[in-house]
Ligand binder design. Structure first.
Ligand SMILES: C[S@@+](CC[C@H](N)C(=O)[O-])C[C@H]1O[C@@H](n2cnc3c(N)ncnc32)[C@H](O)[C@@H]1O
Length: 209
């Protein structure tokens, strides 16, 4: 197992800290996110699915019935909330504490890998995406729901300016170039759907190896 670096320790600590209030903090935004989550889960292919960065388990309600799902998160506190939610909803999911930058799964294990609002926080996003590519089967699908840096120069300036404060207080970076990071990781992008204001994107990619 890889030694956890300082950036990863810090990011994990931030999520452990906000885990008890995370759902409350997100309550207004979550109303809008629900239809996006539904759209993403309608695109899942195959039976063996990995959810990365499960958080408090907001996607659990959207898991299709006929899949075998494994979900990971590096924050034990967020994972604890997901565990409670899975129990409450009587949903079978294999929850494991793991860092997406260092996955303990064999190559070519999953048919689809899903992550929602995760690559804004992963310290080395390209490394995480490369790991996803490794554990996903050839021809497998990767579905990401993410907020990214705006292409509008003025908005991007303010997003870059506010980023240290937002990341320090809450965890996510609001200036990530996740579409570009997906390309850098070697995944093949099939479709990017702009869900809102050029910032919220559904990214559909394919593993070709
Ligand atoms: C903004 S929250 C989103 C949670 C959930 N996916 C959702 O849609 O509500 C980001 C989640 O990613 C997790 N995360 C961030 N970096 C990670 C990493 N390197 N490995 C595993 N999980 C990570 C955090 O612990 C947190 O639970």
């Amino acid at each position: 197992m890889m030694m956890e670096n300082k950036a990863t320790q810090l990011a994990r600590r931030r999520y452990n800290r906000i885990a008890p209030v995370y759902d409350l903090m997100e309550v207004l935004m979550e109303r809008r996110h629900q239809s996006w989550r539904k759209l993403l889960w309608s695109k899942v292919e195959g039976k063996k699915i990995l959810e990365v960065g499960v958080g408090t388990g907001k996607n659990i309600t959207f898991y299709p019935g006929n899949i075998e799902i494994t979900a990971i998160d590096f924050s034990e506190k967020m994972l604890g909330r997901a565990r409670e939610k899975a129990k409450r909803l009587e949903t079978r999911v294999d929850l494991q504490q793991m860092d997406v930058q260092d996955l303990r799964f064999d190559d070519n294990t999953f048919d689809t890998v899903v992550a929602t609002f995760v690559f804004c926080s992963v310290p080395d996003p390209v490394k995480g995406l490369t790991e996803i590519m490794r554990v996903c089967k050839p021809g497998g699908k990767v579905l990401l729901l993410e907020h990214v840096l705006s292409a509008n120069g003025i908005l991007a300036f303010f997003m870059n300016l506010a980023n240290p404060l937002v990341a320090g207080l809450m965890g996510p970076n609001i200036n990530r170039k996740t579409v570009e990071n997906v390309v850098k990781s070697g995944l093949t992008i099939e479709k990017v759907t702009d869900l809102s204001v050029g910032i919220f994107k559904l990214i559909e990619a394919r593993v070709q190896k």
